[in-house]
Design a protein around this ligand. Structure first.
Ligand code: SF4
Length: 411
């Protein structure tokens, strides 16, 4: 599926490379996540990195908080399927050790590595090795001097922190930079990124920090990241969820696919919210379908609709869908009825048809069935449902007569 050409114009940024992954400069927006294993646990960390890559992570970050972690990175990097970024706090020597280990990127927090000579030492080494660094400003760990100057963690304070760090990098001629100004407050991070994007063309890494567990964490992270992406701001993203990091990657991919900013790789499941007309438990079937499609890489939009009265029409643009009627499911492809299946086979049949369409295309799917027969069956169930429930569930004709009576003679 093509990337949505109606998406807003992206802000122009410089391009850097994290390993072989381009970030900024019009490159596809990338999805990042972070391992939650001890980095010294090489096998455990690699297992998690593979799971993240399989879910769609383009880049993975690992903490480098001790010598054993740096030693672990030396073994992890050559076996990782995606570039590895080392996360550094407080100890600049860990940044030097991580570069020695071969990482493809660093993240430094300017709030907790503050000595100019330490920052210059890291930037000089990164320059000589052509390793990019993310300046990762965090509202919760700003330099106390900036807190004092601005009276708190304001967008201006966060932007100044980033600019201050860039100043040190400029001194040694290092410019392989991306920047983040994260906060757990959505309005604060949105404003900080907006201001930052006005003063720099370095690529930006978006995130709402400490968003928390889903679903609230997902809502917060999406609110912040999506707002900025829709303004054309942002080159790489990370959902910071208190959850299995695979969830972060799935969320990141889903957001980019939903905004038309990355090509579709996974099923886009749409489902009606259900209502009194529903002939099946739509929530249960949609959840089962979601589960069945979760690990299948099928780039299709698939609809689960609760009734055959409105379902096929409302989901006519979906590649494939199913609508319930008379204890059975009516399968439709691009709005055309193709088959009738027993209710308990609805999800299995969706999977079978989705795989067929992915492999052979819509035309082949339509050619393999008796479309006239399927349409006749659907029409029969639709008519029966309308008969049972009435085509005018709100009794609007009678209500209109009453409304006219009540309003006769003007206001
Ligand atoms: S598709 Fe049918 S069941 Fe679902 S919300 Fe619409 S009318 Fe209700």
């Amino acid at each position: 599926m093509e990337v949505d050409s109606t998406a807003v114009p992206r802000r122009t940024t410089r391009q850097i490379f994290v390993g072989d992954v381009p970030v900024g400069g019009g490159a596809p927006i990338t999805v990042q996540s972070m391992t939650i294993t001890k980095t010294a646990d090489v096998d455990g960390t690699l297992q998690q990195i593979y799971a993240l890559a399989a879910a769609g992570a383009d880049i993975v970050r690992c903490t480098c908080n001790e010598t054993a972690a740096a030693e672990g990175l030396a073994q992890i990097v050559p076996r990782s399927p995606v570039p590895i970024i080392a996360d550094i706090h407080h100890q600049y020597k860990m940044a030097l050790a991580a570069m020695e280990a071969g990482v493809q990127g660093l993240r430094l927090n300017p709030g907790n590595i503050r000595r100019a000579d330490h920052i210059r030492a890291v930037a000089t080494e990164a320059r000589d090795r052509a390793i990019p660094i993310r300046i990762g400003v965090n509202a919760g760990s700003l330099d106390p001097a900036l807190y004092e100057k601005y009276g708190g963690a304001t967008p201006e304070a966060m932007v100044e922190s980033a600019k201050h760090e860039i100043g040190y990098f400029d001194e040694v001629g290092f410019d392989l930079i991306k920047i983040s100004v994260k906060a757990s407050s959505v309005p604060l991070m949105v404003e900080a990124y907006r201001q930052l994007s006005e003063v720099t063309d370095y690529p930006l890494h978006l995130g709402v920090t400490e968003a928390g567990p889903p679903p609230a964490g997902l809502v917060k992270a999406t609110a912040g990241i999506a707002t900025l992406l829709l303004e054309g701001i942002g080159d790489t993203i990370r959902y910071s969820l208190t959850a299995d990091p695979v969830e972060e990657v799935r969320a990141g991919r889903q957001l980019l696919e939903a905004l038309g900013l990355r090509e579709r790789k996974n099923v886009d499941l749409i489902a009606c919210p259900s209502c009194g007309r529903a002939e099946v438990d739509v929530i249960e079937i949609a959840n089962r379908a979601m589960e069945a499609f979760e690990d299948r890489k099928l780039p299709l939009q698939i609809a689960v609709m609760g009734c055959v009265v409105n379902g096929p029409g409302e989901a006519r643009d979906a590649d494939l869908g199913i609508a319930a009627g008379n204890s059975r499911g009516h399968l439709f492809v691009k709005g055309q009825n193709v088959a009738v299946v027993p209710e308990d086979e609805m999800v299995d049949q969706l999977v079978e048809w989705a795989e067929f369409i992915t492999e052979h295309g819509v035309e082949a799917a339509l050619a393999r069935v008796d479309l006239v027969k399927a349409a006749r069956e659907a029409e029969r169930d639709r008519a029966r449902l309308l008969d049972d429930q009435g085509s005018d569930a709100n009794h609007s004709a009678e209500k209109i007569v009453e409304i006219r009576k009540a309003t006769a003679g003007g206001a």
